[in-house]
Design a binder for this molecule. Sequence first.
Ligand code: GTP
Ligand code: MG
Length: 240
Amino acid sequence: HITKGSVVFDNVSFAYPESEEDVVKDINFQVAPGEKLAVIGSTGAGKTSLFQLIPRLYDPTKGKVSVDGSPLSDYSLDELRGSIGYVPQSPLLFTGSVTDNIAWGKDQATTEEIMQAAKDAQIHDTIMQLDDQYETRVGQKGVNLSGGQKQRISIARALIRKPKILMLDDSTSALDLATESRLLDAIDTYQCTMLIITQKITTAMRADRILLMDEGKLLAIGTHTELLASSALYRKIVES
Ligand code: GTP
Ligand code: MG
């Protein structure tokens, strides 16, 4: 069982099945249980591709990813995806109520749990303004929600499972600083390992360490202060 939430990448490379080119290149790093790691890097750097290897949306072409000291292949997909809250860059809602979408995969969720997850994801107030509140239909045949609202419903869906590892792929890009800060404060109370892809240096600085990717490679990993000292590209990003 995944009880701690440590993650280790061992010489991991990855190419998409239909492609020859590695988009993740020989990556090594470790994330400790409860640690918060931000992943930054320009568009196309391979951040999303790297993330997808953890809940096994794809498997590496070389190397090994481990969670809690065991290779991912030791876990069933149900177990992995039950313990890993993965919020994709462009989350999909299915046609159904807000409640259905948040509780998805957790059939026995109570109204209280659903509302708590929505509050923590900073989407509760928006839901309360919809015509039918938590019973409002969303998804293809439902009301239109903005990308940021869908992201937050998707975050609530991840939080309600109390994941050991929470992965946010640019999920806070649409939030203003104050709301994002409240969201990250709420996530702190979950005591999970958090991996967060972000474009914002202020968001990255809230993490314990920052991993900088460029063209599929891990260029640097460390604290903000360490990266300022060690990485010219990091300094360039901070100054821009
Ligand atoms: P942004 O989300 O734009 O910040 O980029 P990213 O850092 O998340 O990059 P991503 O991992 O999405 O892409 C890395 C490389 O993989 C790019 O060259 C993409 O064109 C390529 N790529 C991404 N998704 C796919 C896919 O489904 N199939 C193939 N063949 N290539 C992909
Ligand atoms: Mg991406």
